[in-house]
Design a binder for this molecule. Structure first.
Ligand code: PLP
Length: 428
C-alpha cells in the first residue's frame, strides 16, 4: 500500500491514493454521512495542544481554548478532557462549555459587549476571570457583582498597539481596533478597577490578532504588556496572572508560523528576564488548536467551462466555509480519490450554490474533476462551522470526529424543519 502524508496535515494522508483521516477513509465517510461534511481528527487536535503543553512544561500555566474557533460540543469535549479551560465571548458559549463537561473556574470571558445578563450568568457559574475591555464595562460588572453579593475576578485587556501583520479584519491590537484599553490609559483604568467594591483585580490580558505567522509582533507585545505590569505593580496592585491571548497562525498556503513550543520558549525567556516567571500564565489559542485538524468534504455538482473562467460548482458554499468570502482566505482543495477518466483537467474557480458572486471557496485552482467527484477543503477546523450560517436556507453541515479507526457523528445535518423551528406564521 502506498502512503503519502499531506504536508502540514500529519493526521491526513493518502493510502493507495485515497484520502484518510487517521485510520478512516474519507470517501467512505462521505458515502455514509453525505456532503458537505466536516471531519475532524482528534489526534491532530491533541498533537497541536501538545506543542503548547511542551512549551509550558514545569510552569504554572492554563491553556484556555478560544472556542469561537470551533464550538461544537464534541470538539469542546476533547479539550475539556485534556484539561483545558475555555476562552468564551458570550453566554451561549458558556452554556456550551458546561454542556461539554468543561470546568467553569477555568473559563475566561472576553469580548467588548458583555451584557449584564451574561455577567450574571457567568458569575453564578463561577467563572475564573472576566477580561474587561472598557472602563464602562468595569462599572457595570462591579454593580452586577455587588447585587449578587460577589466580587468579580477581572483582568483588563490592554491594547499594545502592535501590528500583528495579518489581515486587517483579524488584527485586534492596533489603536484603531475596538478591542481593549489604550496602553496609555491602562494604569488609570487599573486604579479605577481596584477602587470598585464589586471587583477583584487578578490579571492583565492582551490579544493582538489572529493567523500571526511572525514572532516579532508577539515579542513586541509581550514587552509592552510587561512594561504595564511594572507600572501596575509599582502602583501597589499585584497581578496574579498574565493572559497573552491567542493568535498563532497555521499553515494554510505555505505559511510558516513558529511552533507553539518554540514561540513560547522565546516569550518565557522575556518573562523570566523581567522577573515575572513565577506568575501564572494564561493563553487563549483557537485556530492553532483546531484549524488543521479539520476538513470539509464536498461533492462536485457541475463543471461549467467558460470563456474567461471555468467553474467547478460544489455542494459546499460560503454559508459552510465563510472565510474566503469574508477575507479572501485560502483553503487548499484536494481530491479524495483518483480522478475519473471523464474528468477534465483545467484551472477552475471552485464555487458554491449560494446566490452571491462572493460565494467562492478557491480561485484559479488546477484540478482534474468531473461531476460526482469528491473534494476535501483543507484547514477547515477553525472559523468554518462556528461561523456557518443558514443563508439561502441551507442547512448546516454534519460533523464527524475521527479517533483512530473510530467515527463519532458529533453533529447531525440540519434540516429545513430544524431551521424553521421557532418561526411563526402571522395568521390570515
Ligand atoms: N482571544 C481573543 C480575545 C480573541 O479575540 C481571539 C480571536 O479572535 C482568540 C483568543 C483566538 O485567536 P486564534 O484563533 O487566532 O488563536
Amino acid at each position: 500500500m502506498t502512503h503519502a502524508l499531506l504536508p502540514g496535515h500529519p493526521h491526513f494522508s493518502y493510502r493507495d491514493d485515497v484520502l484518510f483521516a487517521e485510520g478512516v477513509s474519507l470517501p467512505a465517510l462521505a458515502q455514509q454521512f453525505a456532503t458537505p461534511l466536516f471531519v475532524y481528527s482528534k489526534a491532530a487536535m491533541l498533537t497541536a495542544l501538545a506543542a503548547y503543553q511542551r512549551g509550558f512544561a514545569g510552569r504554572n500555566a492554563q491553556i484556555c481554548y478560544a472556542m469561537k474557533a470551533n464550538s461544537s460540543l464534541g470538539v469542546l469535549q476533547v479539550f475539556a478532557q485534556a484539561g483545558c479551560g475555555f476562552d468564551i465571548v458570550s453566554g451561549g458559549e458558556l452554556a456550551r462549555v458546561l454542556a461539554a463537561g468543561g470546568q467553569a473556574d477555568k473559563v475566561i470571558f472576553s469580548g467588548v459587549g458583555k451584557t449584564p445578563a451574561e455577567m450574571r450568568q457567568a458569575l453564578s457559574a463561577g467563572i475564573g476571570c472576566f477580561n474587561v475591555e472598557s472602563e464602562a464595562e468595569l462599572d457595570v460588572l462591579s454593580e452586577v457583582a455587588l447585587t449578587m453579593g460577589l466580587r468579580a475576578p477581572v483582568s483588563i485587556r490592554v491594547n499594545p498597539n502592535v501590528d500583528p501583520k495579518t489581515h486587517p479584519y483579524i488584527s485586534t491590537g492596533l489603536k484603531d481596533n475596538k478591542f481593549g484599553v489604550a496602553h496609555e490609559d491602562t494604569l488609570r483604568i487599573y486604579r479605577h478597577a481596584a477602587s470598585l467594591a464589586g471587583l477583584k483585580v487578578v490579571g492583565i490580558d492582551c490579544h493582538i490578532g489572529s493567523q500571526i505567522t511572525d514572532t516579532t509582533p508577539y515579542l513586541d507585545a509581550m514587552d509592552r504588556v510587561l512594561d504595564l505590569v511594572d507600572s501596575i505593580e509599582a502602583a501597589g496592585m499585584v497581578l496574579e496572572h498574565i493572559d497573552f491571548g491567542g493568535g498563532l497562525g497555521i499553515n494554510y498556503n505555505n505559511d510558516t508560523p513558529p511552533q507553539a513550543d518554540a514561540l513560547w520558549a522565546q516569550l518565557l525567556a522575556r518573562i523570566d528576564a523581567r522577573g515575572y516567571g513565577h506568575k501564572k500564565l494564561m493563553i487563549e489559542p483557537g485556530r492553532s488548536l483546531v484549524g488543521n485538524a479539520g476538513v470539509c468534504l464536498t461533492e462536485v455538482l457541475y463543471v461549467k467551462p467558460g470563456e474567461h473562467k471555468n467553474f467547478c460548482i460544489v455542494n459546499a458554499a460560503m454559508n459552510d466555509l465563510p472565510r474566503p468570502a469574508m477575507y479572501q482566505a485560502f483553503h487548499a482543495i484536494v481530491p479524495l480519490q483518483p480522478a475519473k477518466p471523464s474528468a477534465t483537467e483545467a484551472r477552475y474557480d471552485v464555487v458554491g450554490p449560494v446566490c452571491e458572486s462572493g460565494d467562492w471557496i478557491g480561485r484559479d485552482r488546477n484540478l482534474r474533476v468531473a461531476a460526482g467527484d469528491l473534494l476535501a477543503v483543507m484547514s477547515a477546523g477553525a472559523y468554518c462551522m462556528s461561523m456557518a450560517s443558514n443563508y439561502n436556507t441551507r442547512g448546516r453541515a454534519a460533523e464527524v470526529l475521527v479517533d483512530g479507526d473510530q467515527v463519532h457523528l458529533i453533529r447531525e445535518r440540519e434540516t429545513a424543519t430544524d431551521q424553521m423551528r421557532g418561526e411563526h406564521l402571522i395568521g390570515r
